[in-house]
Ligand binder design. Sequence first.
Ligand code: PLP
Length: 362
Amino acid sequence: MKVNFVDLKAQYATIKDEVNTAIQDVLDSCAFVNSRSFEADFAEYIGTEHCVGLGNGTDALTLAMKSLGLGSGDEVITAANTFIATAEGIGLTGATPVFVDCDPVTYNIDPAKIEAAITDRTRAIAPVHLYGQPADMDPIMAIAKANDLLVIEDCAQSHGATYKGRKVGTFGNAACFSFYPGKNLGAYGDAGAVCTDDAELAAGIRKWSDHGSAIKYQHDFEGTNSRMDGIQGAVLSVKLRHLDAWTQRRTAVAERYNAGLKDVCVVPLTAEGNKHVWHLYVIQVNNREDVMAHLTEKDIACGIHYPVALPVTPAYAHLGYSAEQFPVACPAAGRIMSLPMHGDLTNEDVDLVIQAVREVAK
Ligand SMILES: Cc1ncc(COP(=O)(O)O)c(C=O)c1O
């Protein structure tokens, strides 16, 4: 039996009527550009005053940082082990990403290593709530406050996760979300958003996303075109109603994996005070190639998030980092692997995966 990594077909089957009606409404109204209704729904869900819908999560990061005034000559501290888009958002403003190693248990940026990375050019910290687990926000916010730094949260993998009872996306100056189809809350194409309590910032991001314009054909600066499509917003509003139930199922799947695998590999741990939303279920094994080959043979999908830490990835070679500077993230990149994780996995699927991993993992 095949076990998919994510299963958008199975998910669609459970919400088909609602989604089809919502898309039909957009077709009938021809409201193809902009998604104000979803923006209101999502701001309420996260608990921020504003949400600006955008074309994708990379633009959310880039436009939030540009609108906060980051640019050439500035440095932004971020995690060594994240998807490249976090660092691209920084680089696309003209600023330089400064990578900090991660915590060995949560894989999130290690707050104890942030201060050593601060220079007189540092303007911001961009923590990532990786795999669905909140970064350790209390010390991060304290460091930001003490050093007068902005905080831009990368929430692309953590819709609905909470830190000490508070939703991620409500801590920093801006919170950037991706709604790429495979995310916990995924559109039927590309989409992203920035959530913030700062009205001026929200207006600035909206202007950036619409050719530097708040009034038609009045362009205050050169912006870009990155608005959330009406169809994507309609799909996302439907899916948002199901998100918490899907997260519950992801959590049950993670608990079943943990129970079945904890004696044969390093299973993920949730830090105290965190509600993890399990975007990815990541284990560590000593013989990754063998485990992945065995799963593939059994028709069980798996992946690596991510195989090379960003400081030693070719795109950042010019920054001159070495693997030795990241004693946690770099070795972990050679041992981690991700197992199937989505809200439509059955217990039978999960048990098949557990059994297959147990047959070879060391
Ligand atoms: C941590 C992280 N940041 C940013 C992004 C960028 O989002 P998008 O693919 O919507 O541009 C992603 C997802 O792809 C991500 O996983």
